[in-house]
Ligand binder design. Structure first.
Ligand code: NAI
Ligand code: MG
Length: 396
């Protein structure tokens, strides 16, 4: 059988470090693949005025599966000022290449598991009934709609006249904003389509069924955002009744959920939400299991899929001679890739190695030792990115 080809998207800063170490772990675990490296990120913005060149899209189109490290994004004006001389003043506008990837390939299903590893010193603890400390079992998988909603990009400042006139036909618009000059208005829309909403709900229910989760919680705000959140909840209710009667459908509001997630995180299993609320709850739950060094994710479309840690490029640690950041989020994202392409045995082997290294507690990166990041952490007992990968490899 010919080897699989995986597109490697290192990106910027620590994205490059964690991806390189992850590939060493994949090799050691016996995953046989050819990797093709594709260009993405800040360097290409500065040089070419495009952080996501067409040749990268072509490679993904061809090979379908990618591992992505992280990219650096900067605000519009700063981005424009960093373009190379030849590209200055040409009206090029920066936009995030990972958001671009999700939209180009319609990677509309984002999965972010937040499962605590036994023995991780960063796990959430709380005071128990009798005053002692207890550690609730956190095992949550967030399904986030990845392409629509508030991050859909349909927005204006000083909206065009047709848009303004159309908005003014809504009684609430004319009542609440009728006397605001058009050029003082900024509008960001929150559009949900039935098809995409059904797809994210179906993925969440199917996952719950397949992996034995008892509940699916829709986390939105349907009492206030009645149309979009309301549609998601209504579709979920119909779906649960018709197709998933054995799964309990729960419904929480995003604001209350952020309070409850520290009060009783063990009560949640599969969570499902729109783009922004999904982003918020997944960071919230990730905080309970160790934060960015542990938060992995998958972006799935019908054809293409991209696996990435949820952290960014952490520029302040990017130029360290020896990288100090935790590679586990990236390695766990690679395990999601392995599961997706049906290399479940290799994935299980790596996940077991991660669990063993964490529970032994001998090798810990600076975040796991609750240090603030600096080059000195290494002489104070923290493992480097490479040493953590070595520890995983030795378990394999
Ligand atoms: P960040 O996730 O890069 O870093 C925030 C902080 O979290 C770091 O300073 C570090 O203390 C910690 N951290 C992150 N990853 C870690 C790891 N693997 N191990 C240990 N500690 C870790 O977020 P920040 O600083 O807000 O953004 C930096 C750049 O990354 C920005 O340009 C931003 O736009 C971009 N970004 C890119 C993302 C992506 O590529 N998907 C996601 C988030 C931010
Ligand atoms: Mg986020």
């Amino acid at each position: 059988m010919s080897k699989r080809t995986i597109v490697k998207l290192p990106g910027d800063g620590i994205g490059r470090e964690v991806l390189e170490e992850t590939i060493r772990v994949l090799d050691a675990a016996g995953f046989e693949a050819d990797y093709v490296e594709a260009d993405i990120g800040w360097e290409f913005w500065k040089k070419e005025g495009n952080p996501l060149p067409q040749r990268t899209l072509d490679l993904l189109e061809k090979h379908k599966v990618a591992l992505f490290g992280a990219i650096t994004s900067k605000p519009k004006d700063q981005a424009a000022s960093e373009l190379c001389e030849e590209l200055q003043g040409k009206g090029l506008v920066y936009s995030s290449p990972i958001v671009g990837l999700r939209q180009h390939f319609n990677l509309d299903i984002c999965i972010r598991p937040c499962k605590a590893y036994t023995g991780n010193p960063l796990n959430f603890i709380r005071r128990g009934k009798n005053g002692g400390i207890e550690e609730p079992e956190v095992d949550v998988v967030v399904f986030r709609q990845n392409t629509e909603g508030l991050y859909g990009g349909v927005e204006w400042s000083d909206p065009p006249t047709q848009v303004y006139d159309a908005l003014m036909t809504h009684p609430k618009m004319s009542k609440n904003f009728g006397d605001v000059p058009k050029d003082e208005l900024s509008v960001s829309t929150r559009i949900f389509s039935k098809k995409a909403t059904e797809r994210i709900l179906t993925s969440a229910f199917e996952y719950a069924r397949k992996h034995g989760y008892k509940s699916v919680t829709v986390c939105e705000k349907p009492n206030v955002i009645r149309e979009t959140s309301g549609m998601m909840l209504k579709l979920a209710q119909v779906m649960q009744k018709e197709k998933y009667p054995e799964i309990w459908l729960n419904n929480t509001n995003i604001d209350a959920q952020m309070m409850w997630l520290t009060k009783n995180p063990e009560n949640y299993g599969v969570m499902v939400a729109g783009n922004m609320f999904g982003d918020i709850i997944s960071d919230g739950f990730a905080g309970l299991i160790g934060g960015l060094g542990f938060a992995c994710s998958a972006n799935l479309g019908e054809e293409v899929s991209v696996f990435e840690p949820t952290h960014g490029s952490a520029p302040k640690y990017a130029d360290y001679e020896t990288s100090i950041v935790n590679p586990i989020a990236m390695v766990a994202s690679a395990c999601m890739m392995l599961d997706h392409i049906n290399e479940k045995e290799i994935s299980a082997k790596i996940q077991k190695a991660i669990a063993e290294v964490i529970s032994e507690g001998k090798v810990r990166t600076y975040d796991m030792m609750k240090m603030s990041g600096s080059p000195e952490v290494l002489s104070n007992g923290a493992a480097s990115t490479k040493e953590m990968a070595d520890a995983l490899i030795s378990k394999l």
